[in-house]
Design a protein around this ligand. Structure first.
Ligand SMILES: Nc1ncnc2c1ncn2[C@@H]1O[C@H](COP(=O)(O)OP(=O)(O)OP(=O)(O)O)[C@@H](O)[C@H]1O
Ligand SMILES: [Mg+2]
Length: 302
């Protein structure tokens, strides 16, 4: 993590486009914000768009804007996010889900530094630093040619790879400390501390949902605390079974326990996307719902 932090420090003030890669919950959004805040563009706009959230047409009209009459329903002209980000930073989240057509348009904007609104003739010059965010499968997408490599090289002038929380468990204590203070203040709660046993449990968990999952766990614990010490018993059961599964040689879990823990992990990995989770698990969505009910698996969300 120190290597990543140094890289962020060095890259932030430059104007280079940056590609931030990492699993869900590792802090990609947080890094994009830091890069902007520590750049000469900090006083200008910080604009974000999620490329996976919109179908191709809508995404392109959001990015590039449109002129009146460009398509049915375009009753007025509207500037897009590129224009909104002029002089500042544009964050393109989930970049790997861009269609081929949108990839081609984006490449052109980066290369020529100008573009037209949809249905427009006037060429608009823009000065925007692009920070693209993607899952680690991005490299796979480039290899498989689902993502064009010329665009990839334009975006990944610098690449920052966020480690999984499991690869930097030495940071867990500091993160717990940070979130404990943050949530006590935000929810106006008395200051709690975590017992040694509770810390031990946290440190033996593998956090498939990375920093976000740790953050959610600490927030729930702070909210549910009755005394001033949070013990292991106050942490979610699934932590205990997961830690037990990983750690203890004497403890022999049932198949159901293993299944419950694994389903939870996969759901964290897909960020609660049940269709993808069912695919990975090799079961139907209906079957997944049944198992979630049986094991009382609720989805943790931000
Ligand atoms: N180093 C850190 N210190 C404190 N909080 C962090 C850190 N890294 C991440 N977080 C917090 O963890 C949560 C998840 O981070 P973020 O949204 O940046 O993840 P992400 O990689 O963008 O995930 P996703 O791919 O799911 O969008 C956020 O609430 C963020 O504030
Ligand atoms: Mg994100």
């Amino acid at each position: 993590m120190q290597r990543v932090a140094d890289l962020i420090e060095r890259v932030a003030p430059s104007d280079a486009n940056v590609l931030v890669l990492g699993e869900s919950g590792t802090g990609k959004d947080a890094v994009a914000r830091i890069l902007h805040d520590r750049s000469a563009r900090r006083a200008a706009a910080f604009v974000k768009i999620d490329c996976a959230a919109l179908p191709e047409d809508l995404l392109e009209s959001e990015l590039f804007g449109y002129e009146k009459g460009a398509f049915t329903g375009a009753t007025d002209s509207k500037p897009g996010r590129f224009e909104a980000a002029h002089g500042g930073t544009l964050v393109l989240d989930e970049i790997a889900s861009l269609s081929q057509s949108s990839q081609a348009k984006l490449l052109r904007v980066i290369e020529e530094r100008n573009f037209e609104r949809l249905g427009g003739k006037q060429s608009i010059r823009i000065d925007v630093r692009i920070i693209a965010l993607a899952n680690i499968s991005m490299k796979e997408a480039v290899r498989a040619r689902a993502f064009r490599d010329d665009l990839y090289y334009r975006l990944a002038v610098v690449t920052i790879e966020m480690p999984r929380l499991l690869e930097r468990m030495e940071d867990v204590a500091d993160l717990v400390e940070e979130f404990r203070l943050q949530f006590a203040a935000r929810h106006n709660r008395p200051m709690v501390r975590f017992s040694d046993e509770a810390m031990g449990l946290l440190k033996s968990y593998d956090f498939p949902g990375n920093v976000r999952e740790l953050r959610n766990i600490i927030e729930s614990a702070v909210l549910a605390a009755t005394g001033d010490v949070i013990g292991a018993q106050q942490l979610p059961d699934y932590l205990r079974s997961a830690a037990r599964l990983m750690q203890s040689r004497n403890y022999k879990p049932s198949l159901a326990e293993i299944e419950a823990v694994y389903i939870r992990e996969v759901l964290e990995h897909t960020r609660g996307n049940k269709t993808r989770a069912a695919e990975i698990l090799g079961i139907s969505r209906k079957n997944l719902y049944e198992k979630m009910n049986r094991y009382k698996i609720a989805l943790t969300k931000e």
